[in-house]
Design a protein around this ligand. Structure first.
Ligand SMILES: *Cc1c(COP(=O)(O)O)cnc(C)c1O
Length: 383
């Protein structure tokens, strides 16, 4: 499918961001999260780049995603964070399942027995995210039960933070304490240390005690800090302390578009559905080949801006399915077919996924996956 927008992904920026992470976590192994097609950046290309940089592990959400990576010849260990559907795939593709209940462990053990194999698993503990993982009072007993299954080898232990991106870290602290308590009692019982990981990007940045044996960042690899959304939420909770410092990350994704048409219209002309914008002067209205079908949210109507000739042009009227209008009256040099930057830099101006996220009351993650996964991607190395 070829539609309007192009996502230009800078793979050298991703390598740079990995180095930044490694510096912060003092060269602990990095489990690179490449779920949702690497947050819209393309999992195969991103993973190949990370492989060149000597990544230890990749993590995906579902086995189908891992299959695509294996088919592309990627043979680093892959952790499957959520899926339990295709038990056979874990063996055929040599994937590492994350186990959230004893039932899944048992099916894996049975399949392993049939194949006369031993399967390495990571066990997930719900320490407060309330999504997946062993929970309740029997966590310890359940892990011991799993550890006794003859064809299962517990290689790792993990958990996930629900709000490590807040300056108030009391809940994250509680989660880490719960996690540490489980892993210490398990280690004692089975008489070995278990490879443990809990830190997402927010924890990589703000919570050193949680770095443990490996870290599991996603958004940072793509050049964004979750702290931005933290600041926003922290503000609404009125805790302005602990302002985070600048971090050396380079956004990897640029979203580009073309100016399809420029139309000259008189003052008083309504623009787009519902006449939410009416020109107040003789205007030049640009029509862009991007719309909400491309992941450019309708919430950007009359709110967001794009870059044309290095200047900011406001969206006017509602974003349509395939088209979006902008006001070019103040950018006289703009011409049809000009390159338009939706996210990224042009001249001295820059629009980030965080800026767009603010406009739509969401987070950079949603902006990147929405636009990145629906645009035609090209790969560059600019750094
Ligand atoms: C998505 C995800 C991550 C990465 O989170 P970021 O905030 O992008 O760093 C880590 N662990 C799990 C279980 C996840 O689902």
């Amino acid at each position: 499918m070829t539609r309007g927008p192009v996502a230009e992904v800078d793979l050298s920026a991703i390598a740079h961001n990995l180095h930044t992470i490694r510096k912060i976590v003092k060269d602990r192994p990095v489990i690179a999260v490449v779920k949702a097609d690497a947050y819209g950046h393309g999992a195969i290309e991103v993973s190949k780049k990370l492989l060149e940089e000597g990544i230890s592990y990749l993590a995906v959400a579902f086995t189908g995603e891992a299959k695509e990576l294996r088919n592309a010849g990627i043979n680093v260990p892959i952790i499957v964070l959520f899926d339990r559907a295709e038990i056979k795939d874990f063996f055929d593709l040599q994937l590492i399942p994350v186990i959230s209940n004893t039932e899944t462990a048992l099916s894996l053990s049975n399949e392993a027995k049939k194949r006369a194999a031993i399967i390495k698993v990571h066990i997930k503990i719900d320490t407060g995210m309330g999504r997946l993982g062993l929970n309740g009072h029997d966590v310890f007993k359940e892990i011991i039960t799993i550890s006794k299954m003859p064809y299962i080898e517990i290689e790792g232990l993990l958990s996930h933070f629900s709000e490590a991106d807040l300056s108030d870290r009391s809940f994250a602290n509680q989660q880490l304490e719960r996690f540490n308590a489980v892993r210490e009692s398990i280690s004692k019982k089975i008489k070995r240390k278990i490879f443990s990981h809990i830190a997402n990007s927010a924890a990589v940045l703000t919570f050193e005690e949680s770095h443990l044996d490996a870290v599991r960042p996603g958004i940072m690899l793509y050049g964004y800090s979750p702290i931005k959304s933290m600041e926003r939420r922290a503000k609404s909770r009125e805790s302005e302390k602990n302002k985070p410092q600048a971090i050396d990350l380079i956004p990897a994704m640029t979203i580009k578009n073309r100016l399809l048409y420029i139309r000259n219209v008189p003052s008083g002309t309504p623009v787009s559905y519902g006449r939410t914008f009416i020109t107040k002067r003789q205007s030049r209205i640009g029509v862009l080949a991007i719309g909400y079908a491309d992941g450019y949210s309708r919430l950007f109507s009359n709110k967001a801006e794009v870059l044309v000739r290095g200047k900011r042009a406001p969206i006017v009227g509602r974003v349509c399915m395939d088209l979006t209008m902008i006001d070019l009256t103040d950018i006289e040099e703009a011409r049809e077919n000009d390159e338009v930057v939706i996210i990224g830099q042009q001249g001295d101006e820059k629009i980030t996924a965080d800026e767009l996220a603010d406009k739509a009351n969401t987070i950079s993650y949603e902006i990147l996956t929405s636009l990145g996964n629906r645009s035609r991607r090209i790969y560059v190395e600019n750094h």
